[in-house]
Design a protein around this ligand. Structure first.
Ligand SMILES: Cc1ncc(C[n+]2csc(CCOP(=O)(O)OP(=O)(O)O)c2C)c(N)n1
Ligand SMILES: [Mg+2]
Length: 246
């Protein structure tokens, strides 16, 4: 896909996520908008049928359902993804801090069985405040799991404010490096940078892509504003957002 087509598709996805959330009366728009480009790159350009994907930040599931539907699956639309392997959802997520340990186990299993394919785990910056993240990184690098790719949606916002104010992650990339991972830090809204980062081979080490993103990306009044983590727009706000995403 060329960059223009990709950007058009990203905009359409944001529009559809907005509509889904508005019509349902709930959803997590901010954190969904920050992962649109990562999801589209993975599903349209990177993953093969042998690969597995886990959305560890399960609350941001609306665009996940959309891309699964586009790929021919029929997931149950809910507030968080529930395990349904036939429809492309390999694990239940929503309780933060568990997607990476489960992905680690899946990647380890693939290595032991010598089976092909990678495991991609898309997690949030606030999940990096949880101990399970660092235990998993340690185990993955000790076991040379170069079939595990961790993408951190580094939007520097959690529910009530900035991650860097509430419990700072410091130099996140350097921390993952110290745990034995190969780290790439990119603009998580750039198709070009995402394709580059996913394409880079990391022999013998798990790969971590720190995708620097903007929570609420695409709707000016939502960008970097904590309340759009769960807040629903009213009718006027909805129309403004629709217009910006036309
Ligand atoms: C174990 C656990 N604790 C608390 C919550 C409630 N919760 C939902 S989202 C969220 C944090 C949102 O910040 P982040 O994880 O960075 O997600 P994003 O910015 O990508 O939306 C929290 C605390 C949860 N889902 N799981
Ligand atoms: Mg966040």
């Amino acid at each position: 896909m060329d960059s223009d087509a990709f950007e058009r598709k990203a905009k359409r996805f944001r529009r559809e996520v907005l509509d889904m959330a508005y019509n349902r009366g709930h959803g997590h728009i901010g954190g969904a908008f920050s992962i649109i480009e990562t999801l589209l790159t993975l599903y349209d350009e990177v993953m093969t049928p042998e690969d597995k994907f886990i959305l560890s930040k399960g609350h941001a599931c609306l665009p996940y359902y959309l891309i699964l539907k586009e790929k021919g699956f029929n997931p149950i639309i809910s507030g968080h993804p529930e395990r349904d392997p036939e429809n492309g959802i390999h694990v239940t997520t929503g309780s933060l801090g568990h997607g990476l340990p489960m992905g680690l186990g899946m990647a380890f299993g693939k290595k032991l069985r010598r089976s092909k394919g990678k495991v991609y785990v898309l997690m949030s910056d606030a999940e990096c405040q949880e101990g399970t993240t660092w235990e998993s990184a340690l185990i993955a690098s000790h076991n040379n799991l170069d079939n595990l790719v961790i993408i951190v949606d580094n939007n520097d916002l959690q529910t009530l404010g900035k991650t860097s104010d509430i419990l700072s992650l410091g130099e996140l990339g350097k921390k993952f490096e110290a745990f034995g991972c190969d780290v790439l830090s990119i603009d998580g809204h750039s198709f070009k940078e995402l394709v580059w980062a996913f394409g880079r081979e990391t022999k013998g080490k798990p790969k971590v892509i720190v995708a620097n993103t903007v929570k609420g990306k695409g709707v000016t009044y939502m960008e970097n504003v904590p309340k759009w983590h769960t807040m629903m727009p009213d009718e006027i706000e909805y129309k403004i957002a629709q217009k910006e995403l036309e």
